[in-house]
Design a protein around this ligand. Structure first.
Ligand SMILES: [Zn+2]
Length: 419
């Protein structure tokens, strides 16, 4: 028997405040991924019961009337950069010159230093906006280099700790400004792994670091030494990028790290001919490597439907948002799906639904969250959003009615709930 107590939600223009914590939560009349309406009972953060709508009594500490809306699993942003954004700042007029990775990171660092922003504050603002938009999980890459040392990483760790009950977060130690070309970076990356980074990052072994074998040696050696995963940014085009994919898959195989490696962006998969692409897909599948794509770039990006149909693990994310790289990215993962579908030329609902799966189950898989899913016994991480069909939610992008993390209401009507 659970004590009946009521949770009160107060609302002002910026946020709502939940008074009183609850152990049981009953969500009535929602359509999981657009299917038949159900009631869903949550007990101590886990989904305890799913029954046909209208069949459950009001015997919970908190009751939400889902009002015939959609129920989605928590949105998973599996590729973010929450350490560097300009959220809350006056609009930055982008005056970037050039288009190489070097041009982008130099411009980014110049603006960051001029503005003197706190990574702790900016990462917190990113997380707050993300939760309000229905994100329950974030894997974030964090810049580490001799110029800023570990200050960015420490700021993100502070935010991770502050939000540990409201967001599942993983950090990737990331050499955004190069590793071999930037002496002192490797030592700092190792320090971040000692401090608890969940994955070892890498960046363009040839075009940035100029020595692909040595780059991959260091990335994989550190990952093995600290027992973490690998997540490498690979922007390299065409055959050069494909060569890097081969080096990464070969190393994964040699070290027995199947299922522990992600390659992010991998534009080259959209550039090589079909025969070569098929061989790369075989190597990716043999080593259970995850491909992260957000459909970015002015040109080619991985053929998502072909990869999905072949059985390749896929995940997606926002990448950096409200930053100096470009004006389009923001925190809403449904908007990300819309952009990916638009860029992929998808028309059919089932193709958009595939992308939603990538942005939910795909991301949870790469983050190794076994408690994830809209099933009894899984963590109560979900989003209630207006609409009849998931593609409608992706297209209309209406404010999320409720965001639930581990059975707790963390956002309502598009606004974060504060304690
Ligand atoms: Zn990135």
């Amino acid at each position: 028997m659970h004590n009946v107590k009521f949770s009160v939600v107060e609302k002002n223009s910026h946020s709502v405040t939940l008074i009183g914590m609850s152990k049981t939560l009953l969500v009535k009349n929602v359509h999981p991924l657009g299917k038949e309406a159900v009631d869903l009972l949550v007990l101590d953060g886990l989904i305890a019961q799913i029954t046909p709508a209208g069949s459950t009594q009001n015997q919970a500490d908190t009751v939400i009337d889902g009002n015939n809306q959609l129920l989605l699993p928590g949105l998973v942003n599996a590729h973010a950069h929450i350490d560097k954004n300009l959220i809350g700042q006056p609009w930055h007029r982008n005056e970037l010159q050039g288009a190489t990775i070097r041009d982008l990171v130099d411009y980014e660092r110049k603006i960051q230093l001029e503005e003197g922003l706190s990574t702790r504050t900016q990462s917190k603002l990113d997380v707050e906006a993300s939760i309000a938009a229905g994100t329950t999980h974030i894997r974030t890459h964090v810049d580490i280099d001799p110029e800023i040392g570990l200050t960015g990483f420490e700021g993100v760790l502070g935010t991770k700790e502050e939000f540990k009950d409201r967001l599942t977060m993983q950090t990737v130690a990331f050499p955004q400004r190069g590793m071999l070309i930037n002496p002192g970076t490797v030592e700092l990356l190792e320090e971040a792994l000692k401090m608890g980074a969940d994955a070892m990052g890498g960046l363009d072994p040839s075009t940035v670091d100029r020595d692909p074998t040595q780059h991959i040696n260091i990335v994989f050696d550190l990952a093995q030494k600290y027992g973490v995963e690998v997540d490498i940014h690979l922007h390299e085009p065409g055959m050069l990028g494909a060569f890097s994919v081969e080096l990464i898959t070969e190393r994964t195989q040699a070290l027995g790290m199947q299922g522990l490696v992600t390659i992010s962006h991998v534009f080259c998969l959209g550039m090589v001919d079909d025969g070569y692409l098929n061989r790369l897909i075989d190597q990716i599948l043999e080593n259970d490597i995850t491909i992260m794509s957000l459909g970015s770039g002015k040109g080619d990006f991985p053929p998502l439907k072909k990869l999905n149909d072949a059985g390749v693990r896929l995940c997606t994310g926002t990448d950096g948002v409200r930053d100096t790289w470009g004006p389009y990215n923001y925190v809403d993962m449904l908007e990300r799906i819309k952009l990916m579908g638009y860029r992929s030329g998808f028309r059919r609902d089932e193709d958009v639904e595939m992308l939603l799966k990538v942005a939910t189950y795909g991301g949870a898989a790469v983050m190794k969250d076994d408690s994830y899913g809209l099933e009894v016994g899984k963590a109560a991480d979900f989003v209630i959003v207006p609409g009849e069909a998931t593609t409608q939610a992706v297209v209309e992008l209406r404010p999320r009615s409720y965001v639930i993390k581990r059975g707790r209401i963390v956002a309502k009507d598009g606004a974060l709930i504060t304690d």
